[in-house]
Design a protein around this ligand. Structure first.
Ligand code: NAD
Ligand code: ZN
Length: 380
């Protein structure tokens, strides 16, 4: 065990004190891990749009002060009582949704919605004792998605940690901890396009482009990227997108534009925007008889999905997924091996990097719709 094991660690964290206000990089205290928990030293983290939604707190429940962040890579510093599968020094990826390996969901091949550790964005404390492990001058600082990776050290339930090959470069594989697996898995594990089929991807950020990459790997012959930001289109070509539609450039609804382009509808649609209109458009864009639409974007808390039921009678299918249907502890080490064998190109998702002290720049880039993933170097 490290000399810090069992002790409070003082380190830097980026604290979100108020909705929409720049994060404050400051010293926090991180308590030792309790039963079934691990304390991680985060080396790299990146920003996903989900962090931005909860920081803005416009369409999500406000919880402050909070340490955001969920896409990251690090090393185990110490482990709490009862943790047997992880040890100090292990290279790991924390994941926002867990795998206890014991509940009905974990035992089922059909689900990654662990009963104990499934994603819960409103939870702000550890599940073991209902307390926060972070504090500033005795004031608790709340957790986010069970991961809170915008801190040099964080405490996570051991069921939300995937142990990976130590050869893997952590500054690259950190994008597997959310964005890449979410999009890629939504296509290959859930939408499952057939060879030669046509797939529409709504939203061409990192998640959507990982979904496009999944369609390319699955052998789709046409991959139609749909985004309100035309600047995304040039980049999206590198991820297999063959055609583009900007809904703002058409007077007809995008569903009709896609139906005309494809003789009745796309075979699969994967929505990666978080926008309710795009979610409805994704369903309505798929071909009757066999089309499948998969929702990935995190919706506004009050969103309602409204469509005519005839779409379902006409045998269109609507699905949704968290984390691309991967079970984090079981599947993620395998995805890391695929990357190490050269089967996945993660580098092209990484367009920017900043020092931890400049983390607010990553927020500015995302709000401006610039770039895909911005890697935040915790030592800077
Ligand atoms: P991003 O901001 O980088 O990309 C989103 C893209 O969608 C942008 O290019 C934007 O211009 C586009 N867009 C927005 N509204 C649109 C509309 N109405 N029509 C077409 N395009 C539109 O975000 P990201 O990090 O790639 O995340 C994408 C979504 O996936 C977010 O909603 C995020 O919260 C969600 N997400 C879900 C999971 C999951 O497990 N289900 C995991 C991670 C992220
Ligand atoms: Zn994410």
């Amino acid at each position: 065990m490290a000399s810090t094991a069992g002790k409070v660690i003082k380190c830097r964290a980026a604290v979100a004190w108020e909705a929409g206000k720049p994060l404050v990089v400051q010293e926090v205290e991180v308590a030792p891990p309790q039963a079934m928990e691990v304390r991680l030293k985060i080396l790299y983290t990146s920003l996903c749009h989900t962090d931005v939604y909860f920081w803005e707190a416009k369409g999500q429940t406000p919880v402050f002060p909070r340490i955001l962040g969920h896409e990251a890579a690090g090393i185990v510093e110490s482990v709490g009582e009862g943790v047997t599968e992880l040890a100090p020094g292990d290279h790991v990826l924390p994941v926002f949704t867990g795998e206890c390996k014991e509940c009905a969901h974990c035992k089922s091949e059909e689900s990654n919605m662990c009963e104990l550790l499934r994603i819960n964005p409103d939870r702000k404390v550890m599940i073991g004792d209902g307390q926060a492990r972070f504090s500033v001058n005795g004031q608790p600082i709340y957790h986010f998605l069970g991961t809170s990776t915008f801190s040099e050290y964080t405490v996570v339930h051991s069921g939300c940690v995937a142990k990976i090959n130590p050869e893997a470069p952590l500054d690259k594989v950190c994008v597997l901890s959310c964005g890449f697996c979410t999009g890629f898995g939504a296509t290959v594990n859930v939408a499952k396009p057939k060879k030669g089929s046509t797939v529409a991807i709504f939203g061409l950020g990192a998640v959507g482009l990982a979904a496009a990459e999944g369609a390319r790997v699955a052998g789709a012959s046409r991959i139609i990227g749909v985004d309100l930001n035309s600047n995304r289109f040039e980049t999206a070509k590198k991820f297999g997108c063959t055609e583009f539609v900007n809904p703002l450039e058409h007077t007809k609804p995008v569903q009709e534009v896609l139906a005309e382009m494809t003789n009745g509808g796309v075979d699969r649609a994967v929505e990666c925007t978080g926008n309710i209109n795009a979610m409805i458009q994704a369903l309505e864009s798929v071909h009757d008889g066999w089309g499948v639409a998969v929702l990935v974007g995190v919706p506004h808390k009050d969103a309602e999905f409204k469509t005519h039921p005839i779409h379902f009678l006409n045998e269109k299918t609507l699905k949704g997924t968290f984390y691309g249907h991967y079970k984090p502890r079981t599947d993620l080490p395998v995805v890391v091996e695929q990357y190490l064998k050269g089967e996945l190109e993660l580098e092209k998702f990484i367009t920017h990097s900043v020092r931890f002290s400049e983390i607010n720049k990553a927020f500015e880039l995302m709000l401006a719709g610039q770039g895909l993933r911005c890697i935040i170097h915790m030592d800077g």
